[in-house]
Design a protein around this ligand. Structure first.
Ligand SMILES: [Zn+2]
Length: 266
């Protein structure tokens, strides 16, 4: 059997995920499952996942889960005062320091800032990381973004989950079908069409999160005019208010995961 070169359709991914995990999209599943799982967060630029999902990653690590962050690029083009090679080395040091505070392992993909290719090779690269890391849950960018690297990463990850599961797709590691859910993090650059769906209380993780993300100069310093820390702290207050959790983080999931099938009113 030969693989079609076309990207797998969203409906095939949907079918795969709903077949693999009847629980996808139901937050209770995450709360009742046994500890010791693996969570893989995949961000376009070093700093993206720590900012948008770091509080949950900190909590899950404390609960005994293994946490891995795949940085598709270092985001080395983000400092106009410094060359990409110098800033890239700084971003790598900062990522390792931030991820260490979170309790996460870091993997650095071989892509350049602004140039994440939306192609088959990138899908196979991420599929192989998924096969190697064996995550129960994947966190990544929402599909729509003002930053091409973010939307490309989202598309690549969604297709890579399917590719990783297929025996016919050959990479360095054997097929893996254990992904129970893909969660999309809330990011100010990825807000078009994003609707918060699952809320997690993160009040007890805020201080550690602040310590982690401020390892990045673009968050703690003057490189960017965007007030990252203020924005995400305020967002945790907003999400915490509507969920009654004090401080909270919210994720969206794919539409198919929101389908509930019951025999009578719950
Ligand atoms: Zn980014």
């Amino acid at each position: 059997m030969t693989m079609k070169r076309n990207w797998p359709s969203r409906s095939r991914v949907a079918l795969l995920l709903s077949t693999l995990a009847g629980t996808l999209g139901f937050p209770a599943a995450a709360q009742t499952a046994a500890p010791g799982r693996t969570i893989l967060a995949i961000g376009a630029h070093a700093g993206d996942m720590e900012l948008t999902a770091g509080t949950l990653l900190i909590k899950q690590h404390k609960l005994g889960d293994r946490v891995v962050i795949l940085h598709m690029t270092l985001g080395e083009g983000g400092n106009p005062q410094v060359s990409p090679s110098i800033y890239g080395a700084q971003k790598k040091r900062e990522a390792l320091a931030a991820d260490s505070v979170i309790g996460a392992e870091a993997i650095f993909a071989p892509y350049r800032d602004g140039e994440i290719p939306n192609d088959e090779a990138a899908r196979r690269y991420v599929a192989d990381v998924i096969r190697q890391v064996k995550p129960s849950y994947i966190i990544t960018h929402w599909k729509n973004s003002i930053h091409k690297d973010h939307s490309n990463t989202s598309a690549i990850v969604q297709d890579a989950v399917l590719l990783a599961s297929l025996e016919g797709v050959v990479t360095q590691h054997p097929a893996y079908r254990g992904v129970r859910g893909v969660y999309y993090a809330e990011n100010w650059e990825d807000s078009e069409g994003f609707v918060p769906y699952i809320y997690y209380g993160v009040k007890d993780a805020m201080q550690q999160w602040r310590t982690a993300v401020t390892k990045y100069e673009f968050i703690a310093g003057k490189i960017s005019s965007f007030p990252y820390l203020d924005y995400y702290e305020a967002l945790s207050t907003v999400r915490g208010a509507v969920s009654g959790k004090g401080k909270a983080i919210a994720f969206d999931i794919d539409e198919f995961g929101k389908r509930r099938v019951l025999d009578s009113l719950p």
